[in-house]
Design a protein around this ligand. Structure first.
Ligand code: C2E
Ligand code: MG
Ligand code: MG
Length: 585
């Protein structure tokens, strides 16, 4: 085997036959020419005094031209510069020539032969004594695109492409500045928080959640006018900047349109879902507000809309800030309420509609606040859920309900077959010991499992499907009855309703109250009853307030009902009196 020597004579460059002496002017010129022709960047030099410009072949080929297609003249350069960038280029050259900058370095767009604009980075240096400039040009289009992409990502939400919080706030501060300077029309910020968005994520998956957000962006965008901004400020939170509104009325009108746009059903992952949002509105008065404050006011108003539930939107009012403080106080009080024994239960009779007999009670918690009096659960259950206090509170409600039912059963023959329904919040289902706790509770009270009903909302059934399904199955196996509360107000998948071990649907009172005269309500109730029948579930109608609605429900063969027509929730003594002397219906 022969080894190849590292160099063969053929690989050594052969010097030109007649080499120039290295110190000759011709030698230097030829080296310069080589650089001129071979540099990766385009080169140029410009004798400004004599208006003589030279452009290297590479300079021309950067723009797609052969050497002879572009003449060496300043106009050939400047007429190809983007009109928006030309002034800045001339200013930079002038500043450098006149000694106001140490070097020339500027970026501008130039027209390529193919009609596209290329970003060019131009660097240059003037001669120390003469009006002579020389330098290079580099195509930085792809760098610029990457830079733009980074900027785009820094200011936009990647899922929807909408402005993010930073850009939204920036637009807001610009709009406020315009308002200050020109006393333009007031501007309004609308902050939207989707209701129960997490149930879509939990039950249909994150991709479906993403699809929903993109659909919603489309709905909202349709309503914008020129100059308005829609942003996604996080998760399920959007904001609209209305740049110029006549006043609060116009802003509320717009909120109405938003609500209507969201109401139309959406098809996500093959299922029809209904979106809704809580909206807070804040208006600038004179443009002197800080953007973050205006946004904060809109958020406060949104929280108010969410809590109230009466209208889907609220206009900010400074009073709301003191309400927020009040809520903090309530939260602090709630921490002590259990140990101080400030909770009590009221009981609302549930009637078997066909016979008019008492079927049981629903236990509804109340808070006897030392200074504020009786507080309804809607005002403190959400706080208890957020703070985790729902766990000890929920345990107390369960224990007390079971104890009370046992006592009634012991005292009254008529209570033998009735049951007690207890509301469970979604947070309670996160407790892995929930089933054990309920078993313990029944044992301590000495109550049979079939005397206990548990009510939960649709979101519990639809969320954390696997874990919750196991919990529900275990409860059902014990012989406890399971009810879906407030049915019709959440997102339900029919498949899940069928696959979970449920016993009853409780039609939300909003569909029952006024069903005898309001269009469509009776139809909804009828449909829920038909659906329940198909799924072999019983139905409880809440919110029966009149003999007329009771008559319709009886006609429709709804099994159970409760409502003010029979009785409002009452305390333990009044409930005992009911069991002893049941009124007839
Ligand atoms: P819910 O479980 O749907 O309870 C029914 C609510 O409707 C009760 O309000 C009841 O007073 C009210 N109601 C009953 N009949 C009528 C009627 O004919 N007309 C009208 N307009 N309203 C009627 P309440 O007691 O204020 O409870 C509100 C909600 O608070 C309950 O709604 C339930 O979701 C929650 N809640 C109550 N107690 C507990 C509890 O111990 N634990 C948990 N997690 N939630 C509870
Ligand atoms: Mg309930
Ligand atoms: Mg309900």
């Amino acid at each position: 085997m022969t080894s190849t020597p590292p160099f063969t004579p053929a690989t050594v460059p052969t010097p030109p036959a007649a080499a120039l002496p290295t110190d000759s002017a011709d030698y230097l010129r030829s080296r310069l020419e080589t650089t001129w022709a071979g540099a990766r960047d385009g080169l140029w030099d410009w004798d400004v005094a004599n208006d003589a410009l030279r452009l290297s072949p590479r300079w021309k080929s950067l723009l797609g031209y052969a050497s002879d297609e572009v003449q060496d003249r300043p106009e050939e350069w400047f007429r190809r510069v983007h009109p928006r960038d030309l002034d800045e280029l001339k200013r930079a050259i002038d500043a450098h020539l006149n000694g106001r900058s140490d070097e020339l370095e500027t970026e501008f767009r130039m027209l390529h032969k193919d009609g596209s604009w290329r970003w060019i980075l131009c660097r240059g240096q003037r001669h120390a004594k003469q009006a002579l400039l020389a330098g290079s040009v580099t195509d930085v289009t792809s760098l610029k695109a990457a830079e733009n992409q980074v900027l785009l990502e820094a200011f936009h939400d990647p899922l929807t492409g909408l402005p993010n919080k930073r850009l939204f706030q920036d637009r807001l501060s610009l709009a406020l500045a315009r308002r200050r300077q020109r006393a333009a029309q007031p501007l309004a910020v609308l902050y939207l928080d989707l209701d129960r968005f997490h149930t879509v994520n939990d039950s249909l998956g994150v991709d479906a959640g993403d699809d929903l957000l993109v659909e919603i962006k489309g709905r909202l965008t349709e309503l914008l006018r020129l100059g308005d901004t829609l942003g996604r400020l996080g998760g399920d939170k959007f904001a609209v900047l209305l740049d110029g509104v006549g006043g609060p009325r116009e802003a509320m009108h717009f909120a109405d349109d938003l609500v209507a746009a969201l109401k139309r059903p959406l098809v996500i992952a093959g299922l029809e879902v209904f979106a809704s949002a809580s909206i807070g509105i804040a208006l600038s008065k004179d443009g002197k507000e800080r953007p973050e404050d205006l946004l904060k006011d809109a958020i406060t108003a949104m929280h108010r809309a969410k809590e109230d539930g009466a209208t889907p939107f609220e206009l900010f009012d400074p009073q709301m800030n003191s309400n927020a403080k009040e809520r903090l106080q309530l939260e602090a009080d709630l921490h002590h309420a259990i140990e101080r024994g400030e909770f009590l239960l009221h009981y609302q009779p549930v009637i078997a509609l066909a016979s008019g007999d008492l079927a049981g009670f629903e236990a509804l918690v109340r808070w006897q606040h030392p200074t504020r009096g009786m507080i309804r659960p809607d005002h403190f259950i959400p706080i208890a859920e957020e703070t985790g206090l729902i766990a000890p509170l929920g345990s107390w409600v369960l224990e007390e309900s079971c104890r009370q039912m046992r006592e009634w059963k012991d005292r009254f023959q008529a209570a033998r077959d009735i049951s007690i329904a207890v509301n469970l919040s979604a947070r309670q289902f996160e407790n892995p010991a929930l089933v054990d706790e309920i078993v313990q509770c029944l044992e301590t009270a000495g109550l049979e499992p079939d005397s206990l009903d548990l009510e939960m909302t649709e979101s519990v059934v639809m969320a954390r499907t696997r874990e919750n399904a196991a919990t529900l199955q275990a409860l059902r196996d014990l012989g406890i009855k399971l009810l879906i509360d407030d049915f019709g107000t959440g997102y339900s998948s029919l498949a899940s309703l069928q696959s979970f071990p449920l016993d009853s649907l409780k039609i939300d009172r909003s569909f029952v109250m006024g069903m005898e005269f309001e269009d469509g309500k009776a139809e909804i109730v009828r449909t829920v009853l038909a659906l329940a029948k198909a799924l072999e579930l019983e139905v409880v109608a809440e919110g029966i307030e009149t003999a007329e609605s009771l008559a319709i429900l009886r006609d429709l063969e709804c099994e159970h009902g409760q409502g003010y027509y029979f009785s409002a929730p009452v305390d333990g003594d009044a409930a005992a009196a009911w069991i002893e002397n049941p009124p007839s219906f």
